[in-house]
Design a protein around this ligand. Structure first.
Ligand SMILES: O=C(O)CCC(=O)C(=O)O
Ligand SMILES: [Mn+2]
Length: 194
């Protein structure tokens, strides 16, 4: 399978541009849109409560709960479709992911702000496997300490991005809003929770 290792210092990020083909993407996008229990969470910013600019869901092995931005999510049990996708990404990554955070970006107004995936339950060097379906979105990276060091790429439908090693120590990432019309996108970030 074609792979691209991003040429970034202090990072270990590999892009597999086409893990899934077009018909598989169409199938999984419809399936997940309809069968996942999507929720709208709220976040508190400067004392104000705001809806998160996307819908989310958390699935995984029993007991693998996850806390971020003050929200604790208890996993729903794997569905057959999620297990099917997990088998594909486990094989590529060479690990057994035990949980997945799903994000549904309904349109260009949905987004995810700058962050690193560095919560303690992800372990010292988090392994994050990110599968994208649907509308293409910009994925931006910036170095946490070397200001001006940045990179961006387009995450197209069917692509898989694997972040590992020290990446989360040194880099943040975001999915910015866009004014360009864009189809709904589902992103699945498979994780190992310790
Ligand atoms: O939607 C994406 O590609 C990124 C999602 C992400 O960074 C996350 O769930 O932590
Ligand atoms: Mn992330």
């Amino acid at each position: 399978m074609p792979t691209v290792l991003l040429p970034l210092p202090d990072a270990d990020i590999t892009l597999y541009p086409s893990l899934l083909d077009e018909s598989e993407c169409a199938f999984f996008l419809t399936e997940l849109t309809q069968t996942i229990e999507w929720r709208q969470d709220w976040i508190t910013i400067y004392g104000r409560s705001l809806p998160q600019p996307r819908l989310t869901a958390w699935y995984g092995d029993p007991g693998k709960s996850y806390t971020y931005s003050g929200i604790t999510m208890n996993p729903r049990l794997w569905t057959p479709t999620l297990l099917n996708l997990k088998a594909k990404v486990d094989a590529l990554a060479g690990v057994a992911f035990n949980s997945v955070l799903l994000n549904l970006y309904r349109d260009g107004n949905d987004s995810m702000g700058w962050h690193s995936d560095d919560e303690p339950e992800l372990g010292l060097n988090p392994m994050i496997g990110s599968l994208s379906l649907g509308g293409t979105r910009r994925f931006m990276l910036r170095h946490r300490f070397e200001k001006g060091l940045k990179h961006e790429l387009e995450l197209t439908s069917g692509s898989f991005l694997l972040m590992q090693g020290k990446t989360q120590h040194y880099w943040q990432h975001q999915i910015p809003k866009t004014r360009r019309p864009v189809s709904p996108r589902i992103n699945l970030t498979f994780r190992v929770i310790y």
